[in-house]
Design a protein. Structure first.
Length: 226
């Protein structure tokens, strides 16, 4: 059986397992060299007022959006297949974490991501976005069943998905120990589920949990865009 310190580290690592997807997004921002298409000034101004981005950063994000949304069909919308293609270079690759991120970006729940949804959702990853917003987004990511709580079964699904996608193996006993340790540390009222307030308090005590909720390159997007 692993030590408490090792189990704690496993808990933190699985809760931060979306890092690979955010690193891919960083690479896309740095490598976007698509042809410029003018974004309407009024649109950029409205989005700048609603998000942490300034108008120049939104222009740069528009370039990234155009690259992703035209990967399979140039219709100005990012489909789930195009989103997966941008992450994995394979539109057929299945991933629980990419599915959850797509669902959260698709705020209208119509199966595609529009530019305004794209910008508003990515705003939470901006370096100047409030930590409370980052914690709330992370909670939604892990609340797979969308019940307003993170339950043991959801934590197990997340751990197993992370292990599968990372081609790692742990025994059932260790997986259960990680779940037990997670709930021991986060479920302060002992009701067997993690609510938003418990998650917020846990993230406040362990700020490293939210380190992958910030993408510094968004701040530099203006100089990276052609």
């Amino acid at each position: 059986m692993k030590s408490d310190a090792s189990l704690m580290l496993c808990s933190y690592n699985f809760l931060s397992s979306k890092e690979v997807y955010l690193l891919t997004l960083k690479s896309s921002l740095m490598g976007c060299i698509c042809t410029k298409q003018q974004l309407k000034y009024d649109d950029a101004a409205v989005l700048a007022a609603e998000t942490c981005f300034n108008e120049a950063e939104i222009e740069a994000l528009h370039e990234l959006f155009r690259k992703l949304s035209s990967a399979l069909k140039d219709d100005g919308l990012i489909s789930k297949e195009e989103f997966q293609l941008g992450l994995f270079r394979n539109s057929k690759n299945q991933s629980l974490f990419s599915d959850r991120i797509f669902q959260l970006l698709d705020s209208k729940h119509d199966g595609v991501i529009e530019f305004a949804e794209f910008v508003r959702s990515l705003s939470v990853f901006h370096p100047e976005a409030p930590q409370s917003d980052k914690a709330a987004f992370a909670f939604k990511l892990y609340d797979i069943w969308e019940t307003g709580f993170i339950e043991r079964d959801e934590v197990k699904v997340l751990i197993l998905a992370f292990l599968d996608e990372s081609e790692l193996m742990l025994s059932d006993d260790i997986v259960e120990a990680i779940i037990d340790k997670t709930f021991e540390d986060v479920d302060s009222n002992g009701d067997g589920k993690i609510d938003q307030e418990e998650w917020k308090e846990f993230a406040t005590r362990n700020p490293s949990l939210l380190k992958n909720m910030t993408i510094p390159y968004l701040k530099l997007a203006t100089v990276l865009s052609p």
